[in-house]
Design a protein around this ligand. Sequence first.
Ligand SMILES: Nc1ncnc2c1ncn2[C@@H]1O[C@H](COP(=O)(O)OP(=O)(O)OP(=O)(O)O)[C@@H](O)[C@H]1O
Ligand SMILES: [Mg+2]
Length: 251
Amino acid sequence: MKYKIQTSSLNLHYGSFHALKDVFIRIRPRMITAIIGPSGCGKSTLLRCFNRMNERTAGVQIRGHILLDGQDISQTGNDLTQLRKRVGMVFQRPNPFPLSVFDNVAYGLRVHAMKKGAAVGKAVEAALRATDLWDAMKDNLHRSALELSAEQQQRLCISRLVAVEPEVLLMDEPCSALDPIATEHVEELMRVLAEKYTIIIVTHNMQQAARVSQETGFMLLGELVEFGQTERVFTNPADKRTEDYVTGRYG
Ligand SMILES: Nc1ncnc2c1ncn2[C@@H]1O[C@H](COP(=O)(O)OP(=O)(O)OP(=O)(O)O)[C@@H](O)[C@H]1O
Ligand SMILES: [Mg+2]
């Protein structure tokens, strides 16, 4: 399968407000795709479509198709647990559960009844290693996740997703609550994770998009104005609106 996710004529209305306008996007597997654009252009809305997180918002109307590995995700029916296991999401503010470090990471394994007994411990260790948290946490697995630093909490939230072996990681401004050093660490982690997962990151920070992604989409007023190789989008945009944005004329 050439594309991990693709949409066709995706339109979303919040009541009478047209938030996504005929979006066609093609997300390639195992690399990082960035979605950029000024505040309110629909980045988070688009990201939330990929694991059907908008549907419960009152007054939302969605038309068009979203394919995951070629299959329309609306056909996953009402059981969204399976879809969200395949397509996990990391938010702007780290949101660990008020549980221990261990129980945060084991949470999904238990919900999906994926592992039992000693296998849970092994999977938790592997997920913490994947985000480079294991050494810092191995003697503190039972402390509350809420006591960790913001960076550790964000890594923990990523561990929690990785534990259930997802395919796609959606990241909505995952570094906006982090300082520059922690941001650099999380970007490095993203590069490592992209060897295995398809990552889509929404970011306000154009430098971050340029640093971490291979492909970039630029959105404006609900439209995907431009999409392509990151370097090309930043250095030789096809659309005047993209050029104005990446050269800092607005946003
Ligand atoms: N639940 C909602 N009900 C009504 N309108 C909404 C809702 N959520 C978002 N919107 C509107 O849809 C538009 C797109 O919002 P969205 O949050 O996707 O933008 P964004 O690009 O992620 O912005 P930001 O960079 O500020 O996070 C905005 O105009 C917003 O006000
Ligand atoms: Mg947003």
